[in-house]
Design a protein around this ligand. Structure first.
Ligand code: HEC
Length: 169
């Protein structure tokens, strides 16, 4: 119980950090989303896994839309950044130790090499921030995509049951 409380408190601080440092996406919607994570985490690994998989899928969807020239590039870039920021800010809560079991592709190795994992999450967010600053220009895609493989290769395992359709915001 106390452990969970500590995690939740950590997330509240993260929200403050988002609001304080990156006004580009620190709108009320972002904060609502982050509170969702608090609720999710309180329910245990299953929800944390679902949440992180949704985040990755939304990042992939936003990037793909930009690549294919679908929709509003600026909006898509912001979607990517928002999700990349949620991932980075809540990395520990989204990847609680031991959550490599169940409906997940996360490898156990990730917790043994946490600094590298966290660095790659930060690189993803930095790439997404650049893409947003470039208004979602296709030229900014490479900088984001180059961060995927470096993390998937060591830390993402075989395909596993998906969670059905996700709603990105
Ligand atoms: C910090 C490490 C890291 C980075 C960077 C990263 N990923 Fe992932 N990704 C993962 C892990 C770990 C999983 C498995 C999550 C799970 O199943 O619990 C995953 C899962 C996914 C999934 C599957 C989601 C689902 O439905 O199960 C997609 C799609 C994805 N990533 C896309 C991307 C794209 C695109 C990029 C680059 C723009 C990227 N990821 C960057 C670590 C990363």
């Amino acid at each position: 119980m106390f452990k969970k409380l500590a995690i939740v408190t950590g997330i509240v601080f993260s929200v403050a950090a988002i609001a304080g440092t990156t006004p580009a996406f620190a709108d009320s919607k972002t904060i609502v989303k982050t509170q969702d994570i608090q609720i999710a985490i309180a329910k245990g690994f299953g929800e944390a896994i679902k949440k992180r998989r949704t985040i990755f899928r939304c990042i992939a969807t936003g990037l793909k839309k930009i690549k294919e020239g679908k929709g509003d590039a600026k909006k898509n870039a912001r979607l990517v950044l928002k999700n990349a920021a949620m991932l980075e800010q809540n990395l520990k809560a989204l990847f609680p130790a031991g959550s490599h079991k169940g409906k997940t592709r996360a490898k156990k190795a990730l917790w043994g090499d946490w600094d590298k994992f966290a660095k790659q999450a930060a690189a993803l967010k930095a790439g997404a921030a650049k893409l947003t600053a470039m208004d979602g220009s296709k030229k900014g895609l490479k900088g984001v995509y180059k961060t995927c493989k470096g993390c998937h290769k060591p830390f993402r395992g075989e395909k596993n049951k998906a969670h059905g359709k996700v709603k990105c915001s």
